[in-house]
Design a protein around this ligand. Sequence first.
Ligand code: MTE
Length: 326
Amino acid sequence: MANLIIPPRWRIPEHDVTPEAVFRNRRQFLRDLGFAGTGLLAAASFGLAHAADAPAATGTNSPAAGVKYPAPRNPKFNDPALKLTPEEYPAHYNNFYEFSTTKDRVYRLVDKFTTDPWTVEITGLCEKPMTVDARELLAQFPLEERVYRFRCVEAWAMIVPWTGFPLARLIEKAQPKSSAKFVKFVTAKRPDQMPGIERLRGYPWPYAEGLRLDEAMNDLVLVASGIYGKPLPKQHGAPLRIVVPWKYGYKSIKSIVRIEFVATQPETLWETLSPEEYPFESNVNPAVPHPRWSQATERLIDTGDRVPTLPYNGYGEFVSKLYGKG
Ligand code: MTE
């Protein structure tokens, strides 16, 4: 039945982030479960297996930290040329594979996920390792709002106001040792609360991502606790995620429980699954196609308009020097 549902205008079939090999495993897995119909298999892969044709007006708000929202907007990241994507689109169009591979199912599956209280461990090669409650962590830094472009590797894009603080401030507090060259980030792994983990048994959970230490120190990287002037809804990665706006969206890892300073490039979930498709660096680059699709343009998730993709997602002036260009 699922394949007969007509997608609404705002939801255009697109490439799934899932690499081909994994998709094949998933097909096998679905077959094992008895879902042999090709329609459903295709739907599961391309995000069409949804039951409603319009998003409900709810987003599940986490109480997150006892922080006041909205935070003041940072004028440096408030380009008047950027038109915000209306909130309901990002709230109901999520990649959070721990819950579902179907974007408009994620927000319906997060109720059981408890995000308060929440502990974050800061560990590894640093002078001041700490294990802190997310509320306490947030209370240590002034929060600000920034309007950023956000570009998924699947070639969809949105413009959203994040609330958070620069990751660099946290790194300074942790005092990485000179041997620390990378930062690894890890998401919670709770199969009892995250139904997608069991469904994608072949994935190397927990979701992990990483940045070079100098990238992580760049002023653009936010530890986000909010979006649209409110605490992050669970589907966006409550209570804390990072946002790395010049890289493809999979680097912006959600619901972080561990931040670790390491000497060598850490393994990440997507690079482990398919290094050619999802390499570690993954800067937004319209000139380098994904092996299965072009990255020259992107689709805005609200209007459906196709617009040219910008190198570094438009943030070259802040980051090109990290790559010896400028
Ligand atoms: N973080 C975790 N833990 N699990 C995920 O599946 N998906 C990534 C990223 N962070 C993902 C994740 C991808 S592919 C994208 S595009 C963004 O989250 C989507 O963020 P959003 O749903 O808040 O728009």
